[in-house]
Design a protein around this ligand. Structure first.
Ligand SMILES: [Zn+2]
Length: 344
C-alpha cells in the first residue's frame, strides 16, 4: 500500500501541504486563471455561506491513493473488478454523487478557496454555478465576483426549460456574468435537445461563451455495467453536445468542459471541425493534454481544475509537465486564452 507522501515523491510538480492536500511544487512565477471552479453556494443543494470558517474540504472526487493513476484522464486506475451491475450500483453511484456535492458545498468557502489559490499561484477563479430546474444559482455566483472582483469572474447558469431564460440571461449579463455554464444529461432532457439549442442561441446573441460538462468515464467497461448504469454513464458523452454545434453559427463559442474526460480525442475532432470552440482541461493527464496541443494547438486550451471537487494542483501539475518544453503554450493555456476569450 503506497502512501500519499510516497506518491508525490514520484510526481515532479506535486507536493503536499501541512494538511496533506496536493499542492503544486514549482518555484518560478506563474500567471493563472482557473477556468472551472465552483463555490459552496453555487450548486443545486442547500447553499452554505462562503464566509463560513473552519470547514474542511475532503476532495471526495479523488480516487483513493492506491487506486490513483495520474497518467490517465480522471486519474483512476482501470481495474477489472470495477463492476457496476444491478440497481444497487446505480443507487451507490447516485449517493456517491451526492456525497461529492455535499463536500463541495461544505468546503467551497472563501477561506479554503483563497488558501488554495495562494498555494497554487492562481490569480483568478472562474466561478461556474450549476443550476437545476428548481434552483437558479446565478445570483450567488455574481455575488462572489462582486465581493472579490480581483479573485473571481462569474458565469451564470439557467436551466434550458426555464420559461424566463432569455430575460434572466440578459439580466445576468448586465450584472457582470461573463458566460453560461450547464451540467445536463440526455436523460434529463428526455432526448429533446430543442430547449438546449434555444439556450445556446440566446447565449450566442448576447455574446456569452458556453461551457458544458462533457464526457464519460473511461475506467468502467460496458460489459461490467447494467443497461441503466451504462445509460447513466453515457448521459453526458461528448457526441451529444458536439453534434449540436452544427445547428449553431460557426463562430459560436462553445467550451468542452473537462475536455470530454476519457473522450478527449473526440473533443479534438470537434475542435478541428468548429474553429470557435475551446476545450477546458480539468481531469486530463499529461499525455492527453499533449495530444490536444499536438492536434489543435494551444490557443484553444484552457486550464481548469474543477475545485472544490478536485484540488487545483493536479490538472495544473499535468499542464506544467505537458508544456515543459513550450513556455508559450504554458502561458496561453494557463492565462492568455482565458483572458482573450472572456475579455478580462
Ligand atoms: Zn465542475
Amino acid at each position: 500500500m503506497i502512501t500519499k507522501q510516497e506518491f508525490v515523491k514520484k510526481e515532479k510538480y506535486l507536493k503536499l501541504n501541512k494538511l496533506g492536500d496536493f499542492i503544486i511544487d514549482y518555484d518560478g512565477d506563474l500567471n493563472i486563471i482557473d477556468f472551472h471552479t465552483h463555490m459552496s453556494n453555487v450548486l443545486p443543494l442547500k447553499v452554505v455561506d462562503p464566509r463560513a470558517k473552519g470547514n474542511i474540504l475532503k476532495y471526495k472526487t479523488l480516487p483513493n491513493i492506491s487506486n490513483m493513476d495520474l497518467s490517465v484522464p480522471y486519474w483512476t486506475k482501470h481495474t477489472i473488478d470495477n463492476k457496476k451491475k444491478g440497481l444497487l450500483s446505480v443507487l451507490k453511484f447516485s449517493s456517491e454523487g451526492y456525497t461529492i456535492f455535499k463536500d463541495m458545498t461544505n468546503g467551497g468557502t472563501y477561506e479554503n478557496c483563497f488558501k488554495s489559490q495562494e498555494e497554487n499561484k492562481i490569480n483568478r477563479n472562474i466561478v461556474l454555478p450549476i443550476s437545476s430546474k428548481k434552483y437558479d444559482r446565478s445570483l450567488e455566483s455574481l455575488k462572489i465576483a462582486k465581493d472579490y472582483p480581483d479573485k473571481f469572474t462569474a458565469f451564470c447558469s439557467v436551466h434550458p426549460n426555464d420559461s424566463e431564460i432569455k430575460e434572466k440571461l440578459v439580466k445576468y449579463k448586465t450584472l457582470g456574468a461573463k458566460g453560461y455554464k450547464l451540467k445536463i444529461t440526455d436523460l434529463e432532457l428526455k432526448n429533446n435537445f430543442t430547449p438546449l439549442i434555444e439556450a445556446f442561441k440566446i447565449c450566442y446573441e448576447i455574446g456569452f461563451p458556453v461551457l458544458l460538462h462533457t464526457g464519460s468515464l473511461t475506467h468502467i467497461d460496458k460489459k461490467d455495467t447494467s443497461k441503466l448504469m451504462w445509460k447513466l454513464l453515457q448521459s453526458t458523452r461528448v457526441e451529444i453536445f458536439g453534434e449540436l454545434l452544427n445547428k449553431l453559427p460557426k463562430d459560436f463559442k462553445f467550451i468542452f468542459g473537462h475536455s470530454g474526460i476519457g473522450e478527449y480525442k473526440l473533443v479534438a475532432k470537434y475542435l478541428k471541425q468548429y474553429p470557435a470552440t475551446y476545450t477546458e482541461l480539468s481531469c486530463q493527464s499529461t499525455n492527453s493534454i499533449q495530444y490536444l496541443i499536438n492536434e489543435v494547438g494551444y490557443e484553444r486550451l484552457l486550464f481548469g481544475s474543477d475545485w472544490p471537487a478536485l484540488p487545483q494542483s493536479i490538472t495544473l501539475s499535468r499542464v506544467l509537465s505537458a508544456t515543459e518544453d513550450n513556455q508559450q503554450a504554458r502561458e496561453y493555456i494557463l492565462m492568455k486564452n482565458a483572458e482573450k476569450l472572456l475579455n478580462i
